[in-house]
Design a binder for this molecule. Structure first.
Ligand SMILES: Cc1ncc(COP(=O)(O)O)c(C=O)c1O
Length: 369
């Protein structure tokens, strides 16, 4: 294959100028830009769990004897474990390499070039990534100023080409919930509706009990957040059994690795420990919100997830993001037409909140001075 000019001729036209998923910067990649050693970086940019995973996971993985053997492509054990955790039949469950894998898989199944997918934006950016990847168009229904969803606007966005409606609940990056009656009104359109509940353990509210009443309702979950397994990549979806069958047919054979299966088994045997961490994060979220509200240059939004979105007064979010980064505190920065001049802060441990608030107070003084 010749290199350089002309290579685009070989690439699918829809992907030539594709920008990809904008993943957060790793602490390692920032070395040199920081005034603190990489080990001292406080990562509040990717909604990870500051308490890590269950110690049972670490123990079981270090003793796992069969890394040379492929995992079970049929996902038999993990489906049974997840059926026990969620209370739904194993025939409805499909596991993936993170829940992002399942978003991608569902869109691979449903979306052909020219099809439309509706999302209430700002929303999780993978929705746009995978829709585009399969040649579809993401139809963006803007949320209101308080990030609530207007159901009539969603209905108006529906066309002959609509294949799927996507809804994060709680929403990333705003952290708010869409109340169940609104979700049901959207489900009443009869179109496939995927409710992404990546943060459900922090919110304590789910549409899962409704899946037997709504054949078009699908629910997405992950072990990345509540169980502290973002690095291992394991998530799952709950689908109508026929859709689950198709997804099992088109997935890559070994999309859930053996370490992930062990980690799910051990996490589910240590739910009390993990949920105590979730409760600590929820309590810390409320303290963080109270502290952020005291800062003049920030407007934080209440959240039901493990992060808090803040808009930054006077258009200075980029500068704030940079100044925090220099001090070794990483937060997520947004400046898009839908989400201008904002940062999203993941909830850390109490000492992370303390360090963040100290830094924000200093920066506030510097920026005013
Ligand atoms: C709303 C939402 N869905 C899905 C994911 C993907 O999580 P994972 O692929 O780690 O399971 C995220 C990650 O931040 C998210 O915010």
């Amino acid at each position: 294959m010749s290199q350089g000019a002309g290579i685009e001729r070989l690439i699918k036209p829809g992907l030539v100028n594709f920008k990809g998923y904008s993943a957060r910067e790793s602490a390692e990649a920032l070395e040199g830009e920081l005034t603190v050693p990489v080990e001292g970086v406080i990562k509040l940019d990717a909604n990870e769990n500051p308490y890590g995973c269950s110690p049972k996971v670490n123990r079981a993985l270090s003793a796992y004897p069969e890394l040379n053997i492929y995992p079970d492509a049929a996902q038999t054990e993990i489906k049974e474990l997840l059926a026990g955790y969620t209370g739904v039949g194993a025939e409805r469950i499909v596991a993936g390499s993170g829940s992002g894998d399942l978003i991608d898989l569902l869109l691979r199944l449903l979306v052909e070039p020219g099809d439309e997918v509706i999302a209430c934006v700002p929303a999780f950016s993978m929705f746009r990534f995978s829709t585009r990847m399969y040649g579809g168009r993401l139809v963006e229904v803007p949320r209101n100023q308080d990030f609530s969803v207007t159901v009539s606007a969603v209905k108006q966005a529906v066309s002959q080409k609509t294949k799927l409606i996507l809804l994060d609940n709680p929403n990333n990056p705003s952290g708010n919930m869409t109340p169940q009656p609104k979700i049901l009104e959207i489900a009443d359109t009869g179109l496939p509706l995927l409710v992404d509940e990546a943060y459900v353990e922090f919110a304590g509210e789910t549409v899962l009990p409704l899946i037997s009443r709504y054949q078009n309702l699908m629910v997405l979950r992950t072990f990345s957040k509540w169980a502290g397994l973002a690095g291992l990549r394991v998530g799952y979806g709950i689908f109508p059994p026929e859709i689950a069958d198709y997804l099992m047919t088109i997935k890559l054979p070994y999309n859930v690795n053996v370490a992930a299966i062990v980690a799910v088994r051990e996490s589910l045997s240590d739910i009390d420990y993990l949920m105590a961490n979730v409760r600590a994060i929820v309590a810390e979220r409320e303290r963080l919100l109270t502290e952020l509200k005291k800062l003049e240059f920030l407007t934080p939004y209440p959240s039901r997830a493990n992060f808090i979105l803040c808009s930054v007064r006077d258009g200075r979010a980029a500068e704030l993001h940079q100044r925090l980064k220099q001090r070794g505190i990483m937060v997520r920065y947004f400046d898009t037409p839908l989400l201008a001049n904002s940062i999203r802060i993941s909830v850390g441990k109490p000492e992370h909140t303390d360090a963040l608030i100290r830094a924000l107070r200093d920066i506030e003084e510097e920026m005013n001075g």
